[in-house]
Design a protein around this ligand. Sequence first.
Ligand SMILES: Cc1cc2nc3c(=O)[nH]c(=O)nc-3n(C[C@H](O)[C@H](O)[C@H](O)COP(=O)(O)O)c2cc1C
Length: 355
Amino acid sequence: LWNNEISTLLKTKYPIIQAPMAGGITSSKLVAAVSNAGGLGMIGAGYMNPFQIRNQIREIRELTSNHFGINLFIPSRVETTEDEIITSITLLQPYREQLSIQSSNQIKADDFFKVFNEQVQIVIEEQVPVCSFTFGIPPIEVVDKLKRANITLIGTATNVKEAMINEESGMDAIVVQGSEAGGHRGTFTPEIDGSLIGLMSLIPQVADQIKTPLIAAGGIMDGRGLMAAICLGAKGVQMGTAFLSCSESSAHSLHKQAILEATDDQTAITSAFSGKLARGIKNKFITEMEEHKALFPDYPIQNGLTSDIRLAAAQQNRPEFMSLWSGQSPMLARSQSVKELMNHIVSQSEKILKP
Ligand SMILES: Cc1cc2nc3c(=O)[nH]c(=O)nc-3n(C[C@H](O)[C@H](O)[C@H](O)COP(=O)(O)O)c2cc1C
């Protein structure tokens, strides 16, 4: 059961990956605990600068000698108008007032392409064993460079077409992300309906079309989910929400609490926080912004426009304005250690195989 294409590729005991979660959730303690427990811990480095990345890699190496990975965001060109930005700023103003944010809204003119290339350089210099991507496919020269450095590459797909593009680009494994998934959707083909395919439908349809080993993501919290994903054609799983609520994760305590208290019907998909579709616990911000959804500028512009709102909300303990990312199975989340979670997944899976 455990010794398969994914665990062999990742050099782990189990084909279980802790989802990279950008935004300060994947502490070194979390990543190392997962790798030490036989899974693959991953750094969510999408928003990190090269200095922070290098520091965290070195910190993790102090805590584990096992394999771990890192995840980067693929940048894309965005078109936005002055009008769109002004509209969004106007819509966000009431939240800024409720949080007593004084400064005016600033868009940071980060060059996301430059940042991405710098991140890749650190990954190579530090010889991180596994690198995964979301929001697109890395340029061919980046794929070549990483492969020459012997780094295992993992792409993300939310439909069959994206999985085929990932395979053609030479990814060693592909995360298939169902609509249940917490956090941002990895969709990079033009999204008409948001490419919201449930994992149970997505895995076998992708498995029929491609040879690259698949890693299932979305709503998986335990051994039942893992075994179901394997039955459908996946070789491993990537779990976000389940690891977020573990004691080693550095998610905001109110974020953990919101997940632990949520019911199955309380998550929603929104683009209000970032301009890109993402799933989280429904709160005041998501509900009120829903009627304006056609007006938000694309990611990363909207993300930049809401960044001080999200920061102030977290500092002031106001979950109604925080991005409380969660998958669709919050009722299966537990406040526990990584070791307890891993033991539970493994023993439950083995029991299903041999009752
Ligand atoms: C808080 C949070 C942050 C996330 N950040 C990232 C990220 O930086 N990169 C990425 O590839 N996926 C990210 N994801 C998505 C996960 O990779 C995965 O698809 C998702 O967690 C699976 O659904 P689940 O949360 O129900 O397990 C994030 C998910 C969550 C919950």
